[in-house]
Design a binder for this molecule. Structure first.
Ligand code: NAD
Length: 389
């Protein structure tokens, strides 16, 4: 059975779904692997490295034909709908595929009779940890946010005692203590900053402390949802949080925001009025800028200036963070792909079992049926009847 990896089509995407070491593992599983000519170059993987690993290279002029006969298509971003509709019935796609943000692609995959497994939806159970691309890529993104903050800050992160005087360490506040936030804290700590953090899940306090950061307790209702995720907050709760956070933001040199709610627009955590007492020259790094933004007015891929009494604060809207670390983010992602493919491959045959919790959880579309509830809602389809109804 053949696994095909097309070049990523999304502008700014530098990752590739399989790296050569992952190709070796898939060939051991009994699969064939074909890579589009040059697909790995932005992650420093050239055609020769793939050939040496046992893959074949498909020229760009032949990639449509290869995709339409592929048994598995692995990509990082969702395929273009025009490609999705050409896949053969029974093929399996592995990629990030948000059930709410890709209605055209989901319709195309459904019409083609494809099984589309999404890394956005892999259940967070211990058996599936090696398939958890949300975590592997959030790790890369969180690390980058701290480096961007350090680079753009007008202050040192570490405390320095020099002949010319003592420099106090930068104060970094991280909002959101999921995988990305914890990695941002760890990285800022390694650079010597004094780090504090807040998350709506009170249970994250111990993890924050284990990163060497201080957990800020705002004495507000905790918002733990299913599966360890946060719940969406109502307007009153959001306002109370914003008021309570304002003094902590005022005294920070750097704020890094990493908050997300699965399947929803990122929550607004920092409004323009909350930064008015920050010191001019401070920076806010918004990891969530691409998914709606945690900071009022932030724009993905751009700097936005917010006024304070003495000057401006720079809001950096992050874009393609994991791609900025394309070698390692691709290596980790490729291992996630290998792990998920291993789960659904027996003796060289790919056969996803819908009764498997990981397959059922991650299938946006199974054999042409749109199975995911959020995707069905987005497409205006009736909810599926639950067992026994
Ligand atoms: P995420 O990307 O969904 O969200 C990032 C963080 O933002 C979360 O910690 C969330 O609580 C926080 N947040 C949401 N709204 C907020 C608000 N209004 N203010 C402040 N913070 C807010 O998170 P994630 O990195 O995917 O992790 C989510 C959960 O899953 C965590 O509990 C994490 O420990 C857990 N997890 C489990 C596994 C596993 O068991 N295999 C793997 C990874 C993560």
């Amino acid at each position: 059975m053949k696994v095909v990896v097309p070049a990523e089509h999304h502008q700014g995407e530098r990752r590739v779904a399989l790296v050569p070491e992952a190709v070796v593992k898939l060939i051991k599983l009994g699969l064939e692997v074909a890579i589009q000519d040059g697909a790995g170059l932005t992650a420093n993987q050239d055609n020769n490295a793939y050939l040496a690993a046992g893959a074949t290279i498909v020229s760009t002029s032949d990639i449509s034909k290869a995709l339409s006969s592929a048994d598995v298509v692995a990509s990082v971003r969702p395929l273009d709908p025009a490609v999705g509709k050409t896949l053969k019935s029974g093929a399996v796609t592995l990629s990030f595929l948000s059930p709410t943000n890709n209605p055209d692609e989901i319709k195309a995959l459904s019409a083609a009779g494809v099984t589309a497994l999404s890394f956005d939806l892999v259940p967070r159970i211990s058996r599936a940890q090696s398939m958890d691309a949300l975590s592997s890529q959030a790790l890369c993104a969180g690390y980058r946010t701290a480096l961007i903050a350090a680079e753009r800050s007008t202050k040192f992160f570490p405390m320095l005692m020099t002949a010319a005087g003592t420099v106090q360490p930068a104060k970094v506040l991280v909002l959101g203590a999921g995988v990305a936030g914890l990695q941002a804290m760890a990285t800022a700590r390694r650079l010597g900053a004094v780090v504090s953090a807040y998350d709506v899940r009170a249970s994250s306090a111990d993890e924050v402390k284990s990163m060497g950061a201080t957990f800020i307790n705002l004495n507000l209702e905790t918002l733990e949802g299913a599966g360890g995720y946060a719940r969406e907050m109502g307007e009153d709760r959001a306002k109370a949080q914003q008021d309570a956070l304002k003094p902590f933001i005022s005294e920070s040199d750097v704020v890094i925001t990493t908050a997300a709610i699965p399947g929803r627009k990122a929550p607004l955590l920092v409004t323009a009025s909350m930064v008015e007492n920050m010191k001019p020259g401070s920076v806010i790094v918004d990891l969530a800028a691409e998914s709606g933004g945690n900071v009022e007015g932030s724009i993905a891929g751009q700097d936005v200036l917010l006024p304070t009494a003495g000057g401006d604060v720079t809001v950096i809207g992050c874009k393609d963070l994991a791609s900025q670390l394309s070698v390692h983010s691709s290596k980790l992602y490729a291992q996630n792909v290998v792990s998920l493919l291993t789960l659904i491959t027996t003796e060289g045959e790919v056969n996803a079992d819908p009764s498997d919790e990981v397959v059922a959880g991650s299938a946006v579309v199974f054999a042409g049926d749109v199975r995911n509830a959020m995707a069905r809602e987005t497409l205006g389809l009736q909810p599926l009847a639950k067992d026994g109804e």
